[in-house]
Design a protein around this ligand. Structure first.
Ligand SMILES: [Zn+2]
Length: 132
């Protein structure tokens, strides 16, 4: 299954990024998916649950943002968002577009982390507070 390998690579990438924040828990992962990436969101969500189970990412939400296809038309120079992926013709002049500016991406937009202590004052302040 296509989505299963995608989910697995997201888990890998997120785990690697989250390693920079020891003790922090990943609460959500935001993903940008182009309309041409051929990803079925329901299927990806299902695979995400399976893949994250038993990992530090258990319970993290996967937020998928679907991106429309954008073409750059050589005929009239317009950058146009396409309604669907059935036709790659410029909506303005009808020229067949060869240049896809956007639509294939599959990337992690952001990762939301929860610090172990929650959002509180800086560590230095807490230390002085304890001493005093
Ligand atoms: Zn055009």
């Amino acid at each position: 299954m296509h989505e299963l390998s995608i989910a697995a690579s997201i888990v890998d990438a997120v785990t690697e990024s989250a390693a920079a924040y020891p003790g922090a828990r990943v609460t959500a992962v935001r993903l940008r998916v182009g309309a041409l990436a051929a990803v079925v969101e329901d299927s990806l969500q299902f695979c995400w649950e399976i893949t994250t189970e038993g990992t530090p990412l258990t319970g993290a939400k996967l937020v998928v943002r679907m991106m429309p296809v954008v073409i750059h038309c050589a005929g009239c120079g317009v950058d146009a968002e396409l309604e669907g992926v059935q036709s790659f013709r410029c909506p303005r002049c009808g020229e067949l577009a060869a240049d896809l500016g956007q639509g294939r991406e599959l990337e992690i937009e952001s990762i939301e982390l929860e610090e172990p202590d929650g959002p509180s004052e800086p560590a230095s302040e807490r230390v002085s507070g304890l001493a005093g």
